[in-house]
Design a protein around this ligand. Structure first.
Ligand SMILES: *Cc1c(COP(=O)(O)O)cnc(C)c1O
Length: 398
């Protein structure tokens, strides 16, 4: 007999550190955009592991790529190189569209750590980051993250990081100077609740950074690899009046569709700032993770998932906004935010789960969706049909 949700949840509480609060349920299986919990309940996964499960659950191409690579060559050390690692670096550079070098990691925070250390090699130390930013939980990534509640218990953090209002080019202009190593921004702030800056913000950030000899560093950990309907959000005509050519781009989340990986891409001269011995990792660039990422890139390309994500995202937003208790919609592709008429997001997430849909509440009044990029239209239709009753059940008033 397999255990129930309640039994697993009790064992969880007795054996895992309480960093995440109690789990919302215990999942045992996934297929496509659907997952099942230990009590056998089925859900449409509109969160996608927080923008990670780009191809949904158990995609046969991802399973085959990982299986074949593990059978062929699973892990080597970084004393040696592997074909998947080199091929993936080349693919990412080609998608970026400008000459660059890549450092692979296992997570987003580690990609940002690599980039943070890289910026120190400019000989400058100051980073200008933004209010509402989220860049990860390691000490360096936390130093770049603005949220006081995350920072305070762990201070002192690495210093010389200043925060300016997000989306405000004048604030950047005032803060960036000749001591600034890098300007760090997310093209869309995901954890802050899908906050989309003005269309000229990234071009302004680039101009301001470069006028001061500083690097433009874009954290695309949540927005990259097709999430917003473009390979990189900074290339999306839906979000940015381009062109923007960042000096550093960090990636993770969706890159390998659920297999842990991160990447720090640095263009031109900044890609050559590390010397041998400056940085390292045991697992980063592991052949299995790299093979998984190559499969994700192949499937996005072959199945036309950038266009699909854009189309389904528009439908999902329209479905959400069809109810007047949604007062605003945000986002692009399949990184979407719905603002409710009141601070009921947690109640809506719970009601949605009862109705068989997994959502997330990054703020008290906002719902975030980041489903698989191959989300079937039938699941969008099911959500559209269920949404008004979810809002009723959560007690959201007009
Ligand atoms: C998730 C996220 C990170 C941290 O990634 P981890 O893999 O959790 O360390 C950093 N930056 C952004 C924008 C993210 O969304």
């Amino acid at each position: 007999m397999s255990a129930t949700n309640a039994e697993w949840t009790e064992r969880y509480a007795g054996s895992l550190m309480n960093t995440f609060g109690p789990p919302k349920t215990v999942l045992v299986r996934g297929e496509g955009a659907h997952v099942w919990d230990a009590d056998g309940r089925e859900y449409v996964d509109l969160l996608g592991g927080i923008a990670v499960n780009a191809l949904g659950h158990g995609h046969p191409r991802l399973v085959a790529a990982v299986t074949e690579q593990l059978q062929t060559l699973g892990h080597i050390s970084n004393f040696f190189a592997s074909a998947p690692q080199i091929t993936l670096a080349e693919r990412l550079v080609a998608l970026l569209g400008t000459e660059a070098r890549v450092f692979f990691t296992n997570s987003g925070a580690e990609a940002n750590e690599a980039a943070f250390k890289l910026t120190r090699r400019t000989g400058r130390t100051r980073i200008v980051a933004t209010e509402g930013s989220f860049h990860g939980r390691t000490m360096g990534a936390l130093a770049l993250t603005s949220k006081q509640a995350y920072r305070e218990p762990f201070e002192p953090l690495p210093g010389d990081v200043v925060f300016v209002r997000y989306g405000d080019a004048a604030a950047l202009e005032a803060a960036v100077d000749r001591d600034t190593a890098a300007v760090l921004v997310e093209p869309v702030q995901g954890e802050a609740g899908v906050v989309v800056p003005p269309r000229d913000y990234l071009p302004s950030a680039q101009r301001i950074a470069h006028a001061n000899g500083a690097l433009l560093w874009l954290d695309e950990i949540q927005t990259g690899v097709g999430r917003t309907g473009a390979w990189f959000a900074h290339q999306s005509p839906a979000l940015v009046d381009g062109p923007v050519v960042p000096d550093i781009v960090t990636l993770a989340k969706g890159l390998a569709g659920g297999i842990p990986i991160g990447a720090c891409l640095a263009t031109h001269g900044s890609g050559k700032l590390f010397d041998p011995g400056n940085h390292g990792t045991t697992f980063g660039g592991n052949p299995v993770a790299a093979a998984a990422a190559l499969a994700v890139l192949d499937v996005i390309e072959e199945e036309g998932l950038l266009a699909h994500a854009t189309a389904q995202g528009e439908r999902l937003l329209a479905a959400g906004a069809a109810d007047p208790r949604v007062v605003e919609t945000r986002g692009a592709g399949l990184l979407l935010g719905l603002t409710l008429s009141g601070p009921k997001a947690a109640e809506v997430v719970a009601a949605a789960q009862d109705a068989g849909f997994l959502l997330n509440a990054p703020t008290p009044e906002r719902i975030r969706m980041a489903p698989p990029l191959n989300l079937p239209e039938a699941d969008v239709a099911a959500f559209a049909a269920a949404w008004p009753a979810i809002l009723d059940r959560a007690g959201v008033s007009a």
